[in-house]
Design a protein around this ligand. Structure first.
Ligand SMILES: O=C(O)[C@H](CS(=O)(=O)O)OP(=O)(O)O
Length: 240
């Protein structure tokens, strides 16, 4: 019987250099809120998402891209010069269908640009949890679950999502990685009530200070946007 592929979890972009991303399927995870917003916008019909590192680049690309909107935040608030923010509820089908979303965020889009040599890069969040699990199951390739964390510091929500994925795949993959095991334990501790569990987290407290509790309810609701956002030629598009 062939060996089961490895599954590992990287808990912060600051630790990424310790992992071999070559030929992996790397799942970028930024539950609050970038990868949840990406799942929402693509499932609601965005043509593509262009993830960019800086606000300046976002504005410049927006200017030359027809039917596009510029969006993103810095430190949780809409960045000056951009039209929209990083909230999944800002992108219903009635608004985003057929448009290009040029997006820059503090943590999520930064990590997307850091992974260079993966075989495939996709983005994961609770709204597309089962779609990601099914995709990884079918791919049968080495997996890195990469947490965007918060400014390089460990965060509970990305680790919990990594645990929710790893727990479902643990019999089909080899897990010889303590961070993956720790994430699986977090997932068991949560008993599937992701929102309640994450209320204790620093990121929840910071974003609720901006009145963003409803966003966090959205971002912890499983399987409402069953898409696999995949990086192709620098854009995120729905994998079909
Ligand atoms: O908008 C968000 O949810 C965060 C903002 S902050 O870094 O927590 O202030 O950005 P993201 O890149 O989506 O983590």
């Amino acid at each position: 019987m062939p060996d089961k592929p490895n599954l590992e979890v990287c808990l912060s972009p600051a630790l990424l250099h310790l992992f071999d991303t070559k030929d992996t399927v790397t799942v970028i995870i930024d539950v609050f809120r970038a990868t949840s917003t990406i799942a929402a916008a693509l499932d609601n019909g965005a043509r593509r998402i262009v993830p960019v590192a800086s606000v300046e680049e976002c504005i410049a690309i927006g200017k030359v891209t027809p039917n596009s909107i510029t969006a993103g935040e810095r430190d949780g608030k809409v960045a000056p010069g951009l039209e929209y923010g990083n909230s999944p509820s800002e992108y219903p089908r009635t608004f985003i269908e057929g448009k290009d979303l040029i997006l820059t965020t503090t943590n999520g889009t930064r990590l997307l640009h850091m992974v260079k040599d993966a075989h495939t890069i996709v983005t994961g969040s609770f709204p597309n949890l089962s779609a990601i699990v099914e995709f990884l199951r079918k791919e049968q390739r080495r997996v890195l679950l990469a947490c965007a964390s918060w400014k390089d510091r460990f965060n509970l929500e990305d680790a919990l999502f990594a645990g929710a994925v790893a727990a479902q795949l643990k019999d089909e993959f080899t897990i010889n990685c303590d961070s993956a095991m720790a994430c699986i334990s977090l997932n068991a501790d949560s008993r599937g009530d992701y929102f309640e569990y994450l209320k204790r987290g620093a990121h929840y407290k910071r974003l609720s200070g901006f009145g963003l509790e409803s966003d966090m309810v959205y971002c912890t609701t499983a399987d409402v946007h069953p898409v696999v956002p995949m990086l192709k030629g620098g854009d995120l598009v729905v994998h079909r």
